[in-house]
Design a protein around this ligand. Structure first.
Ligand code: GLU
Length: 413
């Protein structure tokens, strides 16, 4: 069965219809540069040893060190990690930061592991991929089910292997270890900037804008909060188990409090309980999928009624859903543009670590805003001039930059 990487190759093929890259360059862009599979043995709390499979794929690093997150999730596999590493390559090029693309992950279920088990898993995984990572070669970051603490363990493990502290080996670290102010909310802040740009582009206003968010993790929660502060009405929220809906708007902080107590979104006062698929089909101006990949697919895409989709997650739409919704005229802000804020502030963090010179939060936010607006405008311009959808336009901009670097460097030997 074709996997997620196949969808990535399809969108690369679409972009190449407008780029007409030389065959040798195009073939290189279709192939990951390096893929490492590691076995990660972990002593569990009960004394037994479990084995987990881990990956690190460096898709391309023609433009600079490879960059990309690490996810801990039961569904992690080489196909998925390769696809996500390719997306990181186009994403970094699209926002024009000097990185190639990578991704890593371990197939495990962190929700059933103790903190000690997670720490041992993280440290052993870091050791196993230690031959690839480093501030000059490949810089991991948080992704699904990994956080600041996991980055702190990775930084410590790598530093222990070196014999001195290397803060620049990972980003998304706690501020106390060389993390950047503004990194925690960066992905969501970037999503919101692109939504506001889309509104201006489509002559819509943020006041009275209705928004539904799928996924109530760091990205979904912060996007809902920031958009709500900007004047939008958050009418629907979903996590992996269920959804809530209130056409008058939801109070995000109250929802957080409720979820902490009830361990579920369902039962929130004043809201209607829905299934996630029911929420997907609700009338809303903006839909923000901010959970796992393929959440909107052939089985539910037809019911989507949103005017704008902003992809907070990576590949939340299957190729089939993307085609269907694009043909229906939905304005899709693709993942490599919408959620690039995270890696942009990761870049700022890396720069600050290398310089040992740290910025205040307004400086981080202002620089992020400049980059996100510039990227949006560039993509919108290509989309209008070539009469192509925003995803293909974003791919055209990103892939063109990577292809230029690959071509200019030439083929070794
Ligand atoms: N995991 C995030 C992404 O998919 C951030 C990656 C990074 O900061 O390197 O973009």
């Amino acid at each position: 069965m074709p996997g997620v990487f196949n969808d990535v190759l399809l969108s690369l093929e679409k972009a190449n219809m407008h780029l007409n890259l030389p065959d040798g360059i195009y073939k290189r862009l279709r192939t990951p540069r390096r893929s490492l599979i590691v076995s990660v043995p972990v002593k569990m709390d009960d004394g037994t040893v479990s084995f987990f499979e881990g990956y690190r794929v460096q898709y391309d690093f023609a433009r600079g060190p490879a960059k990309g997150g690490v996810r801990f999730h039961p569904r992690v596999n080489l196909d998925e990690i390769t696809a996500l590493a390719a997306l990181m390559t186009w994403k970094c090029a699209l926002v024009d930061i000097p990185f190639g693309g990578a991704k890593g992950g371990v197939a495990c279920d962190p929700t059933v592991m103790s903190k000690d088990e997670l720490e041992r898993l993280t440290r052993r995984y870091t050791y196993e991929i230690g031959m690839l990572i480093g501030p000059e070669s490949d810089i991991p970051a948080p992704d699904v089910y990994t956080d600041e603490q996991v980055m702190a363990w990775m930084m410590d493990t790598y530093s222990m292997m070196k014999g001195y502290s290397v803060p620049g080996v990972v980003t998304g670290k706690p501020v106390s270890l060389g993390g950047s102010l503004g990194r925690g909310k960066a992905t969501s802040f970037g999503v919101v900037i692109t939504v506001l740009e889309a509104l201006a582009h489509l002559n819509m206003k943020v006041e009275d804008l209705t928004v539904s968010v799928l996924g109530f993790g760091k990205v979904g929660y912060n996007a809902a909060r920031i958009l709500s502060d900007a004047g939008a009405r958050i009418i629907g929220l979903a996590d992996s188990k269920g959804a809530i809906y209130n056409p008058q708007g939801l109070d995000i902080d109250e929802v957080v409090r409720h979820k902490r107590e009830a361990d579920s979104l369902h039962g929130f006062k004043g809201a209607e309980d829905l299934t996630v698929d029911e929420l997907i089909s609700i009338e809303t101006d903006v839909l923000i999928p901010a959970a796992l990949e393929n959440q909107i697919n052939g089985s539910n895409a037809n019911s989507v009624k949103a005017r704008i989709i902003a992809e907070g997650a990576n590949t939340p739409l299957t190729a089939e859903a993307d085609e269907l919704l694009t043909s229906k005229g939905v304005f899709i802000i693709p993942d490599i543009l919408a959620n690039a804020g995270g890696v942009v502030v990761s870049y700022f963090e890396w720069v600050q670590d290398l310089q040992r010179f740290f910025w205040d939060e307004p400086a981080v936010d202002a620089r992020l805003t400049t980059i996100m607006k510039r990227a949006f405008k560039e993509v919108a311009l290509i989309s209008a001039s070539k009469k192509i959808d925003m995803r293909t336009a974003a791919m055209v901009v990103g892939v063109k930059r990577v292809a230029e670097a690959v071509e200019t460097r030439g083929l070794y030997p």
